[in-house]
Design a protein around this ligand. Sequence first.
Ligand code: GLA
Ligand code: ZN
Length: 674
Amino acid sequence: MIGGRILHGGDYNPEQWLECPEILEEDIRLMKEAGVNCVTLGVFSWAVLEPEEGKYEFGWLEDIVDRLGKEGVQVILATPSGAMPHWLTQKYPEVMQVQADGKRNLPGKRHNFCYTSPVMRQKIHALDRELSRVFGRKENVILWHISNEFGGNFGDSTCHCEQCQEAFRQWLKKRYGTLEALNHAYWGRFWSHVYSDWSQIHSPAPNGEYTVTALKLDWQRFSTEQISDFCAEEIRAVREFSDLPATTNFMDFFKGLDYHRLGKELDIISWDSYPYWHEKKDEVPAAVRAAACHNMMRSMKKQPFLLMESVPSSVNWRPFNPVKRPGMHMLSSMQAIAHGSDSVQYFQWRKGRGSYEKFHGAVLDHKNGSNTRTFRQVAEVGERLAGLTEKLNGTVNQPKSAIIFDWENWWAVEDTTGPRLDLDYVSCVLSHYQAFWEAGIEADLVGMDADLDGYRIVAAPLNYMYKNGYAEKVRKFVENGGIYVTTYFSGMVDETDLCFIGHHPLEDVLGIVQEEIDAPSPEFTNSFCYDGNEYPAGGMREMIHAVDGTEVLSVYEEDYVKGMPVVTAAAYGKGKAYYIAAEPEQRFLSAFYADRFREADLVNPLGVELPYGVTVTARNGEDGKQIVFVMNFRNEPVRVDGIGTWTDVENGTIYTDSLEMGSFGCVLLRRQIR
Ligand code: GLA
Ligand code: ZN
């Protein structure tokens, strides 16, 4: 456990209040009242840390770090590259990003620097190195927080400047070796898009080349590489005088950057979670999305991650910004812990007075000090977490199932030029994950490069692209007894978006032959039956044939495709492969996976069917240590029956057979051994 305890606190921006010593005094006093034990400093402090080029002013920061240290508050120290000071952009305009149409950005905003620019890299390296020298060995500094939300500048997060173009060409040379190989991979003779010189290659742009899908894929890969390399360089700088671990804060499902790649540079994964609670009265979709993200972050290292930012009340950037209703702050904080976080951190400690985020929720509002509903809710979380350190130390979730979520597939499948132009990969993955969540069966979310050993079920919805080696890995997984589930429009193309020809790469394992894929308009409905219930077939419908020996579980019920397979099961080696040929609705997925869980002998930790809106997950440690989290995402009490005997690890209550929970409740249980 980093820092030796569950961290509770958040982004703290005292540089905005340096003229108000009484505010800084109050901060420290109230942090203790709120059970805050860790703050993140310096995220956007470049202009204050280096007010003029090469002139460092760290006194104010050192003073605050030391004062926090005396009060037992630990510090996550950020490097300030998230936003650039005006002296830098004025003197070196090349540090600012160039947009796809070739226009250079103007100064301001944040997260908008060029990742290639040598000037940018030199300037931040020098500053980071100095931070390392002054703070890298301070006792209460526990972690480096590199930059902030890499890539997150709302829109195209890549830079198209000349230096980036040149770096892109070099990167392509390394990847393909010859232009001939690149032209082949890009299917260049189509529309005469053959390159005859490397210098002709330009990044994809709406007013330029936007039809070569493989070029767009490579541009995304290259940008991820540049950002990862930039991050690695910052890590080298802060390590010059320090051996503290490093993280950077990720964002939800962020399409602009392959987190599986960037994650390799980091010691600890952390992320900023802002679920859209209370968008609807049914909180399940928001809970499922947050849970899936937590799982993805945990799955990257199979280690606890950190919740680096969350909001204690409401954000300010959605069209509707509901504050958290009573109970939701505790529940969403505990949800992160339940899925493997070792922290609950907020953005931010105190609301600023001016500029863009003055109405964004914070622990302290502009008025009323600690006498607010939000502050009391935060303090309750602080108190609860303080009691959990020992119980959770050394534990993490260890699922036996995985869902494939892969960035390169995401880029490719949503850029496909048919059969539908509105495919939504994240929603599709989330609908499969929801079936796991509802059943209380925990699942990792992993990329195609992940090791599949140890899983009993692997689901790969809308797995359009197969990376090199993936088909072989899946074949082995099934051969060795795994259950593999995949869907329509899977296994279509290779890494450069070239269609597989002749056969589907997993035809032998799946036991089916793909023929046509229909993307009908909504008037042309169809349906299929599974286990006696009828379900609609959605807007993607493949026509497949089952090979001899493949079991057909469902067929189209209507129209000229009547009788053709929709759901199939094929035995292969010691395992089984399932294919879902038509886009299903949630109800079907829940029923279908319930059968797969039985087949794989997977039961949730409570061993019972859960009421809608309730889920369960467990953190496991050595010697059979297990803490089970039961969470109710309904704004009304629920009862879970038939659970056997459990002890509430926080208050010792014994539950025999049935558990009653309040609205948005969360309880932590340990199996009672008699
Ligand atoms: C992100 C950023 C923070 C802040 C919050 C607001 O997570 O990292 O600096 O802007 O969003 O929700
Ligand atoms: Zn650039």
